[in-house]
Design a protein around this ligand. Sequence first.
Ligand code: ADP
Ligand code: MG
Length: 250
Amino acid sequence: MTAISLRNLDISYGPTKVVEGVSFDVADGESFALVGESGSGKSTVLKAIAGLAPDWAGEMSVFGKPRGHGTDRAFAGTCQMVFQDPYGSLHPRKTVDSVLSEPLVVHGIGNRDSRVAETLAAVGLDQRFRFRFPHQLSGGQRQRVAIARALMLEPKLMLLDEPTSALDVSVQAEILNLLKRLRREQGLTYLMVTHNLPVVGFMCDRMAVMNKGRVVEIAEATALRDGSFDHAYTQELYAASGGTQHDGHV
Ligand code: ADP
Ligand code: MG
C-alpha cells in the first residue's frame, strides 16, 4: 500500500505558484525525506498534504484516499504533522495534560487518563510533566509534547517539518533517536523535511531533492555514503553538507 502519492502537484499562495509539478510516492512504513535549501517549497508540500495550503492542483492521495481541499476530521486519525518550532506550536496557557487530552475529546475517545499517561511515557516524559505549562519545559521537552500530541490519535503517517532544527544541538540527537524508536515501535510512516543530509542518512530510506519548487532528484539514502547522485544540484548540496554520516550522536 502506498502511504502518500503525489502527481503533478502545483501549490500557490495567491497568484504565486511556489511548488510545481511535484510527483513522488512514499510506501507504507517508509521514512522519506524532503531536502533542499530554504524557500524551495518543502514545508508547502507538507502543508498541502495536511490540508493547510488549500490552493493546490494535481493529484494527492493518502493511503489510497484522494485528498480534498478542505479540512477533514477523519484525516487527523491517519496523518499528523509536527512543526519545527515547539515554542510556537503549543498554546502557552494549556497544560501538557490538556494539550494531549484535546484530540481525544474532539474525537470522542475514552480512556483519556490512561492514554495520556501511556503516550507521555512513550515519548520519554515522566508523569510529573503532565500538569506543567509549556514555559516550564525545555525546548526538547516541548518537542516531546508536540510529538506526543501528534501520536494521541494513533496515526499511521507523520509529517515532520524540521522537527529538530529549532533545538540545541545537544538535544537534536535525543529527539531524532526518539522519532526513530517510535517509528519502529508503532510502524509509522514518516515524511520528513530537513536541510541536514546527515539526518537523512540516519533517519530515512529515500529522499526527494527540491530546488525552486520542483523535485530534481529522488535518491536512496544509501547514496549519501559516497555521494553518488545524478543531479548537479544534489551534488552541490552533498558537498555543502561535508558529506558526513550522522550517527545519532551529534
Ligand atoms: P521551505 O520549507 O523549503 O523553506 P516553504 O515551503 O516554506 O519553503 O516556502 C516556499 C516559498 O513559498 C517561499 O518562496 C516562501 O516565501 C513562500 N511562502 C511560504 N509560505 C507562504 C505564505 N503563507 N504566503 C505566501 N508565500 C509563502
Ligand atoms: Mg520550511
